[in-house]
Each structure stands twice: as C-alpha cells, then as structure tokens.
Write a protein that binds this ligand. Structure first.
Ligand code: FAD
Length: 388
C-alpha cells in the first residue's frame, strides 16, 4: 500500500468542522500524532451555526440524555475557549465572541406559557438553574422585545460563541501544533477491528485503519476518526442524515439584545443571537430535503416574519449574510461517538443541532475522559440494541 509519509499517525480525523477540528486539537494537545483530512475545512454546518451553547433551552422533555451531554459540555466551554484562544495566539476568549449571559425563552400565547411552566418544572427537577419571568420582567431584561410577549424562561448559565471564529482559531492552533491539514476528500478503506483506545492514554492502538484521498494517495493511522458531519452517513453507512437549516446574519449599529432570545412563533422555533460586533443572527429553518443547500425566498421570509414577532426592530437592520447548512441528524438526536463495529472507524458525528455546544465533550470522550457520558453516545445502540 502506498502510504503517504506523515509519520506514524495515531489519529487521522476525516472532516474539519467544529467537531473534527476540536477533536484533532485536543488529541494533539494530549500528545497524540494527528492529521486532518477535509477538502474545505470549516465550510460545513459549522460555518452556518449560530453558536448557542444552550443545553437547557434546546432540549425537549424526552431528551434527558441530550441535556446531560449538553450540560457537561457547557461546563467545559470556559476552559476550552480560554485554552483555544491561548493556543491560537488570540489572547482571550473574547476573541471567539464567547459570552455567558444566558438565554431568554419567551412565550406569546397560553399554550406557550404552559409549555414554559412544564419546562421550568422539568429543569427544577434536574437541579438546573432557570427562572420563570412575567412579560414585564422579560422586557426589563430585553427592552426591544415585542409588547405581546407574555412571559419567559431565563436560563442564566447558557452561553454562546461565534463558530466561525472558533473554527478559524482551531485551524490556527493546529498550525501552531504542526498538525497536517490534508485539503482533500477522503474515502474509507476497509480496516481491522475498531481500536478501542484505553482511557486517557496516548498509546498507539494495535489495530489500524486507512483512507484514500481524492488524488489516490492512501493514508493510514492507528485510528480513523470520522467527523464528516452530514456526509458521515454516506461515507460509513451509519444512521446520519442531513437536516437543512437556513440562517441569516443582520448588521446593527448598536446591539439590539443583551442575550440570546428564543420563542415559538406560528408553531415554529426562532432565535436571535447577538454578537459583540453588532451582528444579530436569526435562525433557523429545519428542513428534511437531503443535501439541498439552496437559500430560498420562503426560508428568508419565514425567518424575518418570525423574528419580527419577537423583536419588531429587526426589520430596520441591514442583511449581512444568509446561508444554509446541513446538520448531521441521527434517529434519536444523540451523537454517535466511539468505535463503529460495521465500518471499523471511530465515529464523532451526528451532533445535529448541538455540535458547537458538544465539541469539547466529544473531544473528551475520544480521549477516554468521560466513559459514562460516552456510553450514551455509543454507536452500538444502533448495531446491538441489547448492549444499550
Ligand atoms: P460540519 O461542520 O458539517 O463539518 C463536516 C466537515 O466534513 C466539512 O468541513 C466537510 O467539508 C467535511 N467532509 C465531508 N465529506 C468529507 C470527506 N469525504 N472527506 C473529508 N472531509 C469531508 N449547534 C450548536 O451547538 N449551537 C447552535 O446554535 C447551532 N446552530 C445551528 C444553526 C444552523 C442553521 C445549522 C445548520 C446548525 C446549527 N448547529 C448548532 C449545529 C452545528 O452546526 C452542527 O452540529 C455542527 O456544526 C456539526 O459539526 P461537524 O464538524 O460534525 O460537521
């Protein structure tokens, strides 16, 4: 086999979105020899993402495991952001637009208010900090909210970050650590059994895998980590599908909001995320249309129509950018992290609506640091239900 001389790689990460780049950075920092393959790093869902780090507001009642993963990853974010900013030579986490000023979920009608009450009770039961607010209290926090807002739920610990800045910083940190980025599409080659890396070690595992790059070169490594987002399903035959999201960035001379604001309008969720530079992100549609990344008039219309219900002032702002990204969805909304018996690779994919939030935890699981949470994400749940 013509193996490209990259040295003796411990991990080859296929896919350079926020999940793959974070994994590569943490693995390299832990002393492992790592390379990344991606024809266009940081161009996938991570380029579209709003960057909310909001496990409380993102979760439904049936999704307690996802909430546990999100809460654990949110705890990791402050140190992750500070170390990343340092390794990328940026000074502080402010350069990533990391902010921990909370999320406000607002309600308009009686049904929405009842849903917020139930959500508040559920969070209380789990010991998570949330406050139930009246409409007036919501407007005291966020004066630009519509007068029709009748109540809200404040999750003070939620945070957010600019994912485009995060992936740029990850690429810079990887350059400083001399991690090769192979700008090429990869396809998986048949390999031995999954490596099953022991907890927290940097030992080269016994079994190995390999990929073929678009130019025909083959690259081997102790472990192939598949982090190709929505494309992972096609590459490894795992249950990951693309879920389209259209999202818009508006430009404001001064910030309209002090925190993330979310709500249900016309039965659809809409959110607004303020950035430090005055940008206001409005998201996002959720569409099952396969690998379609067209921005449509209907998508833009819905986003603006619903955002205006929450904060009427948004229609005055300049449109800076509208894109569509593909979330990597799984049948149970939980990510797939760990060895996959069928393809022989280690999966780090299927993060659906929470890949930015879950990136630090995913890297920790790949390092064997979180065995209990890692078990919740095991790909075995789809290949061997008895072991779940
Ligand atoms: P991606 O970022 O899609 O990266 C996959 C990479 O794999 C790409 O760079 C691609 O080029 C590469 N690739 C594909 N095929 C190959 C191949 N054959 N060989 C090599 N490389 C390959 N999450 C949050 O936590 N908070 C949010 O607020 C949030 N908002 C979102 C808003 C929208 C509109 C969307 C679409 C998503 C949002 N998400 C959010 C979800 C989040 O964006 C994803 O979960 C996350 O980006 C997934 O990261 P990833 O690295 O797995 O995939």
């Amino acid at each position: 086999m013509d193996i490209t001389p990259l040295g003796d790689l411990d991990d080859l990460v296929v896919g350079g979105g926020v999940v793959g780049l974070s994994a590569a950075w943490r693995l390299a920092r832990a002393g492992r020899r790592v390379a990344v393959a991606d024809p266009a790093p940081a161009s996938g869902a991570s380029h579209a993402a709003a960057g909310m780090l909001a496990p409380v507001s993102e979760v439904g009642y049936t999704e307690e495991p996802l909430l546990r993963l999100g809460a654990a990853s949110l705890e990791r974010w402050p140190a992750f952001a500070a170390e990343l900013a340092d390794d990328a030579g940026l000074g502080s986490a402010n350069a990533l637009d990391y902010r921990a000023d909370g999320t406000l979920d607002v309600a308009f009608g009686a049904d929405d208010l009842a849903a917020l009450d139930e959500l508040a009770a559920f969070m209380d039961k789990l010991g998570l900090p949330v406050e139930r607010l009246t409409g007036r209290e919501c407007r005291r926090l966020e004066p630009m909210l519509a007068p029709s807002v009748r109540g809200g739920l404040h999750a003070p610990d939620d945070a957010w970050v600019d994912p485009r800045r995060v992936t740029a910083a990850l690429l810079a940190a990887l350059r400083h650590l001399e991690v090769p980025i192979l700008t090429s599409r990869a396809s998986l080659l048949p390999s031995g059994l999954p490596s099953g890396l022991p907890s927290g070690t940097a030992v080269r595992p016994a079994s190995s895998g390999a990929v073929r790059l678009a130019d025909g070169r083959e690259v081997g490594a102790g472990r192939i980590v598949l982090a190709a987002g929505a494309w992972s399903g096609e590459l490894a035959g795992v249950p990951v599908r693309p879920v389209k999201g259209q999202i818009m960035r508006l430009r404001s001379p001064q910030p309209l909001l002090g925190r993330c604001v979310r709500g249900m309008v016309h039965g659809l969720p809409v959110y607004l995320v303020p950035r430090g530079d005055g940008e206001l992100v409005v998201g996002a549609t959720q569409e099952e249309l396969g690998f379609d990344t067209r921005v449509t008039a209907g998508g833009v219309y819905e986003l603006l129509r619903d955002a205006r219900e929450l904060v009427p002032g948004v229609t005055e702002l300049e449109v800076a950018d509208v894109v569509a990204g593909l979330r990597p969805g799984t049948p149970d909304n939980l990510p797939l992290i760990g060895p996959d018996a069928t393809s022989g690779v280690t999966l780090a994919t299927g993060h659906h609506r929470g890949g930015v939030l879950l990136a630090p935890l995913t890297a920790a699981i790949l390092l064997g640091e979180e065995p209990e949470l890692g078990a919740l994400c095991s790909p075995r749940r789809f290949t061997n239900r008895d072991e779940r």
